[in-house]
Ligand binder design. Sequence first.
Ligand SMILES: [Zn+2]
Length: 252
Amino acid sequence: MSRFYTITLLFVMLAGALFVSGLSVWYVTLTIFIYSLVMVYASAYIGSGFYAKAICHFQTDAREVAITFDDGPDEKTEQILELLKEAGFKASFFCIGQKMEKHPRLTERIVDDGHLLGNHTWSHDSMFPLFLPARINQELVRTNNIIEQHIGQANVFFRPPYGVTNPFVSRGIRGIFQKVIGWNVRSLDTTNRSKEQVLHRITKNLQPGQIILLHDTSQFVVQILQELIIHLKQEGYTSVALHHMKDLNSDR
Ligand SMILES: [Zn+2]
């Protein structure tokens, strides 16, 4: 039984027991309120593993992390690829289907350079997590068709937009993806933080096996990557692509 169904069942049993025990109806209301908070947390926090078992870090004995980029390919992707190439780093790119269709050459280069090309939906619509499972499935299959033309095999890697998972997303991805990829270092590079603040967030607690979230679309991504590469190299670290990791298992 999934964690979602187990928790829901426990709360229903608790609410039922409180109801029949004749205690004030406020206890039942409080139980429902706490249940709602748990569900909001579970949807918004990809590491919760409630609706999809996500990989948020990887096991390694080496000084290596996985830098990941969402929302491309975009105008800064070329420079990102250049920096990675110079550094000898590999990364993982979770790309949007309609952008890959618009930028086939860039998409091809991601693969040619040895990086992971993964699915980040067709539209990245802000309402995506609320689409019905059939529509979610349709978006993901359409995006996979493009990815598979480039990688020449079935794609199993998916990162949900905004890291949001819920029963709709969970059903929409069923049977398509074996690897849902989250992160454990959220750089917040798309907020209005300065590049120094973003870099500090990434590097303040550097550890092997971390999955770092960046975006091709953020304002200072090129400068941030430049500084990050210097810092990682000084600390003896490298960046690996997630499809090169043998023991890539979900956290839960
Ligand atoms: Zn995104």
